[in-house]
Design a protein around this ligand. Structure first.
Ligand SMILES: CCCCC/C=C\C/C=C\C/C=C\C/C=C\CCCC(=O)SCCNC(=O)CCNC(=O)[C@H](O)C(C)(C)COP(=O)(O)OP(=O)(O)OC[C@H]1O[C@@H](n2cnc3c(N)ncnc32)[C@H](O)[C@@H]1OP(=O)(O)O
Length: 213
C-alpha cells in the first residue's frame, strides 16, 4: 500500500466505521433507492391533505422501525491499494444515502474519473436547471476520486468553479476529472460537467492536501 493509502486507512479506521458485505449493501441500496423515489414523489405529489397526513404517519412508523437498531456511524466499504475507499453513505453517489444524486464514478485506465448521470427535480436550482451547489458537490467528489485514484488522496483545500452555462436537469450529463499535477502533499485536479449537446456547463479546479496525520 502507498503512504497515501496507509494514511487514508488510518484516517478511516480512527473513525471506527463498520464494513458491510455485498449482500447487506445490495439490500440497503434497494431500500435507499425506494426512499429516493419517495423523496421525488413528495416534491411532485398533488394528493389531498388527508392522504398527505396518512402517508406522513406511515413514513414516521417506517422510520421508527428502521431506527430499532442503529449504528453510531454510517458504514464504509473497502480501502483499495491506491487509497480509494467506497463511502456507502456519501452524499454523492453513496448507494445507501437516499439524498445522494445517482452519480456512479468510474476511474478509467488513464486516471480520469468519469460519471454519466441524470439529475431530477430534487436537485433543481433555477427552474429547469441544476442547483449550482449540487454541481459543486458532484464535481468536488469527482475531483477527490481522481486525486485518490492517482494515489494522492487529500482533503479539498481549494475548489474553484466557473459556471459557463446553465446545467439542465432531466437529461443525461457527463462529468469527468483528471489530475493535472502533484507538488508534495498537494494535488491539483481539473474537472467539468458536460451537457447533452457536448458543451461544458461547469468547469472546476481543486487543490487537495494530504493531512499530515
Ligand atoms: C488522507 C485522508 C484524506 C481524506 C479524504 C476524504 C474523504 C475520504 C473518502 C473517500 C475518498 C474518495 C474520494 C474522495 C471523495 C470526496 C472528496 C471530497 C473531499 C471533501 O469534501 S474534504 C472536506 C472539505 N475540506 C476540508 O474540510 C479541509 C479542511 N482543511 C484542512 O483539513 C486543512 O486545512 C488541510 C488538510 C487542507 C491543510 O492542512 P495542513 O495543516 O496539512 O496544511 P498546511 O498549513 O501544512 O499547508 C500545506 C500546504 O498547503 C497549502 N494550503 C493548505 N490549505 C490551503 C488552502 N485552503 N488554500 C491554499 N493553500 C493551502 C499551504 O499553504 C501549504 O503550502 P506550502 O507547503 O507550499 O507552504
Amino acid at each position: 500500500m502507498t503512504g497515501a493509502g496507509a494514511a487514508m486507512r488510518r484516517v478511516l479506521e480512527s473513525r471506527e466505521r463498520a464494513s458491510l458485505n455485498g449482500e447487506q449493501v445490495a439490500a440497503l441500496a434497494e431500500l435507499a433507492q425506494r426512499v429516493r423515489e419517495l423523496n421525488e414523489a413528495v416534491v411532485h405529489t398533488e394528493v389531498g391533505a388527508d392522504e398527505v397526513a396518512a402517508i406522513r404517519d406511515e413514513v414516521a412508523a417506517l422510520t421508527a422501525r428502521l431506527s430499532a437498531a442503529r449504528r453510531e456511524h454510517p458504514p464504509l466499504v473497502g480501502v483499495g491499494e491506491d487509497g480509494t475507499v467506497r463511502h456507502l453513505a456519501s452524499p454523492v453517489g453513496g448507494v445507501l444515502n437516499p439524498i445522494a444524486p445517482p452519480v456512479a464514478i468510474v476511474v478509467q485506465p488513464d486516471g480520469t474519473a468519469r460519471a454519466e448521470f441524470t439529475l431530477n427535480v430534487l436537485y433543481e436550482g433555477p427552474p429547469g436547471f441544476v442547483h449550482g451547489g449540487v454541481s459543486a458537490m458532484i464535481l468536488d467528489q469527482l475531483l477527490g476520486v481522481a486525486a485518490s485514484a492517482n494515489g494522492t488522496p487529500g482533503m479539498t483545500a481549494t475548489l474553484d468553479l466557473r459556471y459557463r452555462r446553465p446545467t439542465p436537469h432531466g437529461v443525461p450529463l457527463v462529468a469527468e476529472a483528471k489530475v493535472d499535477r502533484t507538488e508534495g502533499r498537494k494535488t491539483f485536479v481539473d474537472a467539468r460537467i458536460i451537457g447533452p449537446d457536448g458543451r461544458t456547463t461547469v468547469e472546476a479546479t481543486a487543490m487537495f492536501v494530504m493531512p499530515l496525520r
